[in-house]
Design a protein around this ligand. Structure first.
Ligand code: CO
Ligand code: ZN
Length: 331
């Protein structure tokens, strides 16, 4: 499991450029599903057919990650950039980025009060001494990701892009452990979540599911003087009640709580005051789709060092697996 997470988090896949990570995921699941295809916006969709009479269930974890896009290269060879997804200037300082061709750069800033720091006062230094030497490696319009290796702390793991490669790892593990289900199961590794839940929107339209379940990270309130939030690392799978993209369908929430209770899966209820998941897009598809989210608690989300607890990851796998077999006739 840790090896799987390590490989996924270290793969390249900023929003819109998910080819490499999708290929990695494909390698893990291609022999275990009935059908595997990529839709028009690049989402990888794996299908396991049910025994008939069941419902269509769409699980979604986003394969993309936050990053930067180059907007300008100056005469000294410094790169200016814009964000791809939500970036905090303070957590970028001193960090490195990596382009798809392997070029690495460090993020620096202009003079001025760090309190007023914004992305337009920052630049990327790839070690070039002129515009020409810079453009031999990188061009305007190129995307890069944060460059940081995975660290195993035992029960807890740190890496860039736990958001949402750990969700992808959960779905891969669910596919591996899957037992015959009455339902048709669609496992979507979606694109462009970080820029507005875009891949899941079109995938859900194409699949037209009866139930949507997103797997994604959520924030925690368990660090020194953290904003108040009732979610903590090591306290189990988080069953989302509400975020800014969706209010979980009450029947879906009740079903998840019931399953977790019946199967003694450790869980906690989550209200996320800002942020959304693929379920936000899925539930508004066509005439509406009852949807919910199983969240993996994560500290330092959208930084180079996002932290999760392996026991929470396992609880999320157990809960998602149980959902594949659930009686969905009440939905
Ligand atoms: Co995110
Ligand atoms: Zn996410």
């Amino acid at each position: 499991m840790k090896e799987l997470i390590k490989e996924l988090v270290e793969s390249f896949g900023p929003s819109g450029y998910e080819n490499e990570i999708a290929k990695t995921i494909r390698g893990y699941i291609q022999d275990q599903v009935d059908e595997l295809y990529t839709d028009a916006l690049g989402s990888l969709i794996a299908v396991k057919r049910g025994r008939g009479q069941g419902k269509k269930v769409m699980f979604s974890a986003h394969a993309d990650e936050i990053g930067v896009v180059i907007t300008h290269i100056d005469d000294q060879g410094f790169l200016r950039f814009s964000n791809v997804g939500g970036l905090n200037p303070l957590t970028l300082l001193g960090n490195r980025v990596r382009f798809s061709n392997g070029t690495v750069g460090v993020i620096g800033k202009e003079k001025g009060d760090p309190k007023d720091l914004s992305l337009d006062k920052m630049y990327i230094d790839i070690g070039a001494d002129s515009k020409e030497s810079a453009t031999s490696k990188v061009n305007v319009g190129d995307f890069a990701i944060i460059n940081r290796e995975f660290a195993d702390l035992g029960k807890r793991l740190i890496a860039k892009s736990m958001d949402d490669r750990v969700g992808c790892a959960v779905l891969i593990e669910v596919i591996r452990q899957l037992q015959p289900s009455p339902h048709d199961l669609y496992f979507v590794f979606s694109t462009q979540e970080e820029v507005g839940l875009r891949g899941a929107r079109t995938s859900a339209y194409g699949i037209d599911p009866d139930l949507g379940v997103a797997l994604d990270v959520t924030l925690t309130g368990d660090t020194p003087e953290a904003p108040r939030m009732d979610v903590g690392l090591g306290k189990g799978a988080a069953i989302k009640v509400k975020d800014s993209s969706m209010i979980t369908h009450p029947k879906v929430k009740e079903l998840m709580v019931q399953i977790a209770t019946d199967q003694s899966i450790c869980y906690q209820l989550e209200i996320l005051e800002r942020g959304g998941t693929d379920a936000g897009a899925i539930h508004l598809t066509r005439a509406g789709v009852p949807s919910g989210t199983i969240s993996i608690p994560c500290r330092y989300v959208h930084s180079a060092s996002e932290m999760v607890d392996i026991d929470d990851v396992k609880a999320c796998i157990d809960l998602a697996l149980a959902m594949t077999k659930a009686d969905l006739s009440a939905l």
